[in-house]
Design a protein around this ligand. Sequence first.
Ligand code: SF4
Length: 380
Amino acid sequence: MRYVEEFRDPVAAKRVLGEIDRVTEQIGATASSPVHIMEICGGHTHAIFRYGLDKLTPDGIEFIHGPGCPVCVLPMRRIDECVQLAENPQIIFTTFGDAMRVPGTGKSLMQAKAEGADIRMVYSPLDALELARRNPDREIVFFGLGFETTTPSTALTIQQAARERATNFSVFCNHITVPPPIKALLDDPHMVLDGFVGPGHVSMVIGTKPYEFIAKDYGKPIVVAGFEPLDLLQSVLMVLVQIRDGRAEVENQYARVVPSGGNPVSLAAINDVYEPRPSFEWRGLGEIDASGLRIRDRYKAFDAEAKFSVGYGADSRPGTEPDGCACGQVMTGRIKPPACPHYGTTCTPATPLGALMVSSEGACAAYYQYGGVRAPEAAE
Ligand code: SF4
């Protein structure tokens, strides 16, 4: 298959790995003094473990798993608010499947459904709008969740609902944006980050320009990457070469898919429907300025927060993380998943305690699925 097989070619991968070895050595990076490269996107974390790239690359490279899994970074309180909405007998609550098992303070959406809440899994926000058309006597709320990759489809659905003058459809908006948390991580004096592998899907929408501050203001290289093994290896090599040469630039390894200016149609829909919230809470990172989106006043009729008085501006209470849960430390790359006392014991994909074990893009689930279960005492 074009654009897939050539990016899985083992001969080419071997050649790039040889180059990575050589440049890592030129930099002088070793296991005790590694280069720290953050892959921002959860899809990249998954691919790194799936293809064993963490084991194939030299010990002088340490991958730090970033906050790019939207399910994982959602704070407990937002799940609690979803449950609150779902338990309203007027409402049919619609969501993507991966959010169903994310634990809230009291229960997950899956548990709320088992207790009788009318929660339905959908494949797109348009499915939720169709449900609204077919159930005029019920309120349909769609759980809008995700980065710039999924934000446009929710925006386009809200525009469609406005055109149809739908009165029983709204969105619980939890859309978030990638650049602000990267800035927050770079501002954290405890973080050691030498370079970034930038998200591929998000960049299809926003392009590469929004990352320029990483290179210009913080002097760190970033390379937007695809999701095949060779994409990731080439991107890691490009980051290493920049570090070796003392350069800090935004480069685009995924140019076959990512236009530098992004997708103008998607960007126009986003700008029409949403505006930045003053701040938004991220699991493990706390409140980050302008990192979340809310629905603009002109589309207020489709904003579930306003319609049902939940979330920001209402009586929103912080959720409580389970004792010993290290999701926040894993999210910020301070520890690897096996260092969490719950990893592989009280927290597994079948019985997740934290969100990072739920989503396939979560670092803990990726470790568990591809790295095997290790006893906590053997953790890094
Ligand atoms: S093992 Fe579970 S509780 Fe621990 S950090 Fe991972 S998801 Fe969170």
